[in-house]
Design a protein around this ligand. Sequence first.
Ligand code: SF4
Length: 237
Amino acid sequence: MAQSHIEWTEMTWNPSTGCDKISAGCKYCYAEVMARRLQAMGVTKYKNGFELAIHENALSIPYSWKSPKIVFVNSMSDLFHQDVPFAFIEKVFNVMNDNPQHVFQILTKRSEILLQYSPKLKWGHNIWMGVSIENQKVMNRMEDLKKCGARVKFLSCEPLLGPLPDMKLDGIDWVIVGGESGRKPRYMNPDWVLDILDQCENAQVKFFFKQWGGTNKKKTGRVLLNKTWDEMPERLG
Ligand code: SF4
């Protein structure tokens, strides 16, 4: 487990690592860059770089946390990657259900696998499920998310690569929006962000603005309409 600098969570927990790129949002995948860096540093968990790997020994970690945490599950992977066996996903869910004092946030781009497995999984109130939606081409992920068993459902629109008009936000609890950062960030039009904010306000969905991004994300910051937007769903249970 590691403390996270990601604004919408507190900690990360990576029972699997590694992934493959599947859509435009993956182009400058941060996890890939980090995995290669950690591999070069000789970190055992990343000995195969960004290749998919599961880590049975990571399953005990959440039992050791003393105080309640908000935890991003698999910041370095995708739990619903096609090469993660269902039996392992089930074990990860067992750990999350055994630890209702913590909130676990899972984010996937493989919503069809999520949908396929969802009925076989136990969805405790502390398991928040999200899908990435970077542009309209992948809007189908939201429909899959709506059909899954999670009690709290969210969208991560980061890096936001195009407008997302007319989203059907019924059944969605939380939307995170952010621009791309790094050496070659792709452009995010402020109008796209304002439109999503409007839609969230109309649908009474919590809105979190993570960052404008760009080559110097500290400088561009995260202020939108003269304020920061840090809304989050209530903890249930
Ligand atoms: S799905 Fe996520 S972890 Fe996997 S390549 Fe894409 S951005 Fe990276």
